[in-house]
Design a protein around this ligand. Structure first.
Ligand code: E4P
Length: 235
């Protein structure tokens, strides 16, 4: 009994459960994922905002506020600027919207400078568009709160996205970096399972792959049988 408790405690501290974010700017889908009771946060990007028809600075800011009203967890809001000064100004405006806003910054030279500035000033960041372990080291050194390696886009170019997650997880563990690995560009339910196995701290996925986790034909067959037997016995 004591041994089991010690083991449970070890795993609790060593491997915290991975967090679940939804990767969309669609309010209905965010609400649907939230209603499942397993949602820890939201990631967006300029393409996802445009897909929802959200344009113009004020509308975009209002939309982030609306997302924060639905989900009590980290909400990544991406800067459009590509220079240090612009990113800092924009990031401050985004962070002021709500305490749960995480400023999403691209993995470029000016972005790393901006992440360092945000870190020093207590603003959480998500370093996005990450495709290599070298980039992951730089973002961690700058103090990024989250790091977003793009699994699906790596797979699309015939490299192995999951291998990158494993490599970063190993480096972060050896170096004891605090940055959380946020597996992004998830394309399937299998990607979610593989990312969890590969050491991702956070997985962000569109609604369909999240809902796909529910599916198994034996569950449906088993439930139909249970209900039929109950009906037969009870009329
Ligand atoms: C991550 O934060 C990005 O918004 C997203 O996962 C990119 O996914 P895509 O490659 O499917 O566009």
């Amino acid at each position: 009994m004591v041994e089991r408790l010690a083991l449970a405690l070890f795993f609790t501290f060593k491997f915290p459960p991975c967090y679940f974010f939804i990767d969309t700017a669609n309010l209905d889908q965010i609400q649907e994922a939230k209603d499942l009771g397993v949602l820890d946060g939201v990631t967006t990007n300029p393409s996802l905002m445009a897909k929802e028809g959200i344009t113009g600075e004020q509308n975009i800011l209002n939309h982030y506020k609306a997302i924060c009203q639905i989900v009590d967890g980290a909400v990544s809001a991406e800067v459009i600027s590509t220079d240090f000064k612009g990113m800092v100004e924009e990031g401050k405006r985004l962070a002021d919207l709500h305490e749960n806003i995480v400023v999403k910054v691209p993995m470029i030279k000016e972005g790393i400078k901006a992440i360092s500035w945000f870190t020093e000033n207590g603003i959480e960041t998500n370093c996005t568009l990450v495709f290599s372990a070298g980039q992951a080291i730089l973002a961690a050194k700058a103090g990024a709160t989250y790091l977003s390696p793009f699994i699906g886009r790596i797979d699309d170019s015939s490299w192995d996205g999951m291998e990158l997650i494993r490599e970063i997880a190993e480096i972060y563990s050896i170096q004891d970096y605090d940055t959380l690995i946020l597996a992004a560009s998830i394309r399937s339910s299998l990607h979610i399972v593989q990312a969890a196995k590969s050491g991702a701290d956070v997985i962000t996925a569109p609604l369909a792959p999240i809902m796909g986790l529910l599916k198994h034909p034996l569950t449906d067959i088993g439930l139909a049988q249970f209900l039929a037997d109950h009906k037969k016995a009870n009329g």
